[in-house]
Design a protein. Structure first.
Lengths: 104, 208
């Protein structure tokens, strides 16, 4: 299990929300030649493109703590959760908002 | 006037579209430089095109390269009728087509989006009467609806689909990245994903 020499990122989007600040976009980055124990960086912004200061991103069967718009997941955990469907962003004082992987 | 543009105009003044066309066919450098400013740059400055280019990571250089390859490499310059119609306008239609077709969901094995700009033989088609912008937006939404169905069936299929069609990884690379036993297994998952996407498309299309 290893990423290639190419750097790329996958984009997860929330479902459309009434207010832009409730929506979110999360990028999962795949650095080149990462192995199972390496961390894949995550960045998270809201619909106004402001970093999400505090929240929890649930995907791959894991809950990743987001602080100042950043988080990470171990590559091995990403693979272990590859069949997990739930994708949610939880933020204090807001309703949890689901989302999913996109082609963007 | 833009000093760069002025220099380009001096290097290659367009006497007529016919002469310009002949020079472009020969790959004449100043004539192509002029094309850059008359065709590529104006298209990339249109808000909608700029947005799509940003979204799909397409550069003006990519467009120029694609145009050169198609026009000179594949001889498509011969399709220009040279009957007084604007050469720049004719070329800009191609460039617009490259930008709109940069959508990863619009090509690859599961071609969900129709070819709006060209017939299957590659000739420009008559201007459609429907609003292509709206149609594309709907197609994009439909693609996402089908992709969501794929995800809901098995997210791994969606990852394979995106790695193959959006990032153009080989089956070998996908197998290595997603810890799938071998290339044949990746091909099988991909093939099922394509089939599922097609079935979902038909299903949603019927539902309206």
């Amino acid at each position: 299990m290893q990423t290639t020499e190419k750097t790329f990122r996958m984009e997860f989007h929330s479902i459309p929300t009434r207010y832009p600040e409730d929506s979110w976009v999360v990028h999962l980055h795949f650095p080149p030649n990462s192995g199972p124990q390496d961390n894949l960086p995550i960045d998270a912004v809201d619909g106004r493109e402001m970093p999400i200061e505090n929240g929890t991103f649930e995907f791959m069967g894991r809950k990743c703590k987001i602080l100042a718009g950043s988080s990470s997941i171990r590559y091995a955990d990403f693979i272990a959760g590859i069949h997990e469907k739930a994708v949610w962003l939880y933020r204090p004082g807001r309703q949890p908002v689901p989302g999913g992987l996109t082609f963007a | 006037m833009d000093p760069v543009m002025s220099e380009v105009e001096k290097d290659y003044p367009i006497e007529s579209d016919h002469d310009w066309w002949l020079k472009l066919k020969e790959g004449h450098d100043p004539a192509w430089k002029r094309l850059w400013f008359e065709v590529i740059v104006p298209e990339t400055r249109l808000a909608r095109n700029a947005e799509l280019m940003r979204k799909y990571d397409v550069t003006a250089g990519d467009l120029n390269g694609q145009l050169f390859e198609e026009m000179v490499g594949e001889g498509k310059f011969d399709l220009y009728r040279d009957d007084g119609g604007s050469l720049a306008g004719w070329l800009r239609r191609y460039v617009r087509g490259y930008i709109t077709r940069a959508n990863p969901a619009a090509h690859g094995e599961f071609s969900l989006e129709g070819t709006a700009e060209q017939s299957e033989h590659g000739e420009p088609m008559a201007i459609p009467v429907t609003d292509i912008g709206v149609l594309r937006g709907e197609t994009w939404l439909m693609t996402h609806r089908c992709f969501k169905d794929l995800w809901n069936d098995d997210p791994r299929k969606a990852y394979v689909m995106i790695l193959k069609t959006r990032f153009h990884f080989s089956s070998k690379e996908v197998a290595m990245m997603l810890d799938i036993s071998n290339e044949a297994a990746v091909d099988q998952i991909f093939s099922r994903a394509v089939k599922d996407m097609r079935a979902a498309w038909v299903h949603h299309d019927r539902k309206g």
